[in-house]
Design a protein around this ligand. Structure first.
Ligand SMILES: C[S@@+](CC[C@H](N)C(=O)[O-])C[C@H]1O[C@@H](n2cnc3c(N)ncnc32)[C@H](O)[C@@H]1O
Length: 461
């Protein structure tokens, strides 16, 4: 391995553009060091120029695959987001069985399946809910671009961590102890086929699509890493490959991608999309096109003085007044800075659903704003949605790795789970990030200072 690997300006520009265009992997200049580290690990002795040449060569290469395997994040576990699995079990799957009863065929796609926990969870659910599953033709495609993840998925051996949200029933019924883990049983493994496919590569996806449309597509926690253009491309693909009446299950805070031709169906704790059938489209009243209005830019730099005023009101406990003023401001202009503040105030007032809606809006406007995820996490925590809260905290740190409040909340989360080691590490991160800062410096704009936070963390440690 080369210790001197460094990307020059041009190398970085070419490589980050290539990764974004071809894979949706977004490496802006502030993430350059991260990209360089991954390149160094994947370079396997090649110098930077040769490595970049091979990675970007039109025919693809082993170097490119090694880099992709370094860059992709495969966080996943069985039955992640219980609300989705409740909806699948109670409504979505039974509806699909009914529609396909004559032909006894199901087609499902788990896109961005990582190490396989997601498709295997759905496969187990099918075995539970479709008594004569053996007589059905089930085509269950699971795709990812990370070949290491796919290899692990095919082996199907999982450690304790993958079962962190699963009750013992599933492990007892569908897994066998294997070495230090558990292997998912053959009857479940036989249902799912794992294939390498890049969601942004038309050639891979034609292969993935097969002969008939899908009854169900899951693509959860994949878009979070994509820019808007890539999301639009992949959304169009799913729209095309879904059967009329078919379902699309996306991640929790991922931007809405379908509007025309889809219904948003709300379930407790989740919403999913259903593609309308031709009859439903024909029967739907024609919506009048909204009158063209001059378009606002999507992101406007906040006028700090106005927002600061709201923060002061919040700090003084005057949430109702802050809400009134911020609501007015939000009518004049919408940006993520306004959205997370709306979320914060509504959260303070106990109006959680509205607060979360503002956070979602904030994410749709600016996926790189750490505060929208952070505020959503605080609200979900209040609502007892611990899993979702944790996901959002992770996202806040993903988009801003030095986000002090994110590290602090993450530390509290680990402490709550009695994971002292991780908690201590996160608290130390907070102290490190506060090093050299003035005690009086404000952190949140609503009263929390560097000195106070340092004091709190030192008391805990
Ligand atoms: C965080 S995991 C999500 C796993 C699972 N869907 C879940 O929600 O638990 C995201 C996965 O998306 C995959 N991915 C990222 N970009 C992709 C692309 N362009 N094509 C296919 N998969 C991609 C990554 O390799 C990773 O395994």
């Amino acid at each position: 391995m080369s210790g001197t690997f460094e990307l020059d300006e041009n190398g970085f520009r070419v490589l980050s553009g290539f990764l974004r265009e071809r894979f949706g992997l977004h490496y802006p200049p502030q993430k350059r060091v991260e990209l360089e580290k991954a390149c160094r690990r994947a370079a396997d002795g090649l110098d930077a120029a040769e490595f970049c040449r091979r990675v970007t060569s039109p025919s693809g290469s082993a170097a490119l695959q090694r880099l992709i395997n370094q860059l992709t994040v495969g966080e996943t576990y069985f039955f992640r987001i219980q609300a989705h699995f409740d909806a699948l079990k109670n409504v979505i799957l039974p509806g699909i069985y009914k529609r396909r009863a004559a032909e006894r065929r199901l087609r499902i796609w788990s896109a961005g399946c990582a190490t396989g926990e997601e498709p295997y969870s759905v496969a187990m659910l099918i075995l539970e809910t479709l008594p004569d599953a053996g007589d059905w033709k089930i085509e269950f495609l699971a795709t990812d671009i990370n070949t290491d993840f796919l290899e692990a998925a095919r082996a199907g051996v999982y450690r304790e961590w993958s079962f962190r949200k699963v009750d013992d029933y599933w492990r007892g019924k569908y897994f066998e102890a294997r070495g230090e883990g558990w292997q998912v049983g053959g009857e479940v493994r036989d249902i799912v086929g794992f294939v390498r496919a890049n969601l942004l590569d038309e050639r891979d996806n034609v292969l993935a699509a097969g002969p008939a449309p899908f009854d169900l597509i899951l693509c959860r926690n994949v878009f979070i890493y994509f820019d808007d253009a890539s999301i639009a491309r992949v959304s169009a693909l799913f729209r095309r490959y879904l059967a009329p009446g078919g379902w699309y299950v996306g991640g929790h805070v991922e931007p809405l991608v379908f509007t025309e031709g889809f219904d948003t169906v709300h379930f407790p704790g989740a919403f999913v999309y259903r593609k309308r059938t031709a009859e439903e489209v024909a029967a739907a009243p024609k919506r009048r096109r909204p009158r063209e209005r001059p378009r606002e830019p999507l992101y406007k730099r906040p006028r700090v003085s106005e927002l600061e005023k709201m923060d002061r009101l919040v700090a003084a406990g005057e949430d109702a007044r802050a809400l009134e003023q911020l609501s007015k401001l939000s009518r004049a202009r919408e940006d993520a800075e306004v959205c997370w503040r709306m979320g914060r105030i509504l959260g303070n007032l106990g109006r959680y659903e509205e607060a979360l809606e503002w956070c979602r809006r904030g994410v749709a406007l600016d996926k790189t704003n750490a505060y929208v995820y952070y505020i959503a996490a605080l609200i979900q925590d209040e609502m007892g949605q611990n899993e979702e809260a944790f996901e959002n905290l992770r996202r806040s740190l993903y988009v801003e790795k030095d986000f002090v409040l994110g590290h602090f909340s993450m530390a509290n989360y680990h402490r709550w789970r009695r994971d002292e080691g991780r908690a201590a590490r996160s608290y130390r991160n907070v102290l490190k990030l506060l090093e050299g800062r003035d005690d009086g410096e404000e952190i949140t704009g609503d009263g929390l200072t560097v000195g106070r936070l340092r004091e709190i963390v030192n008391q805990i440690l």
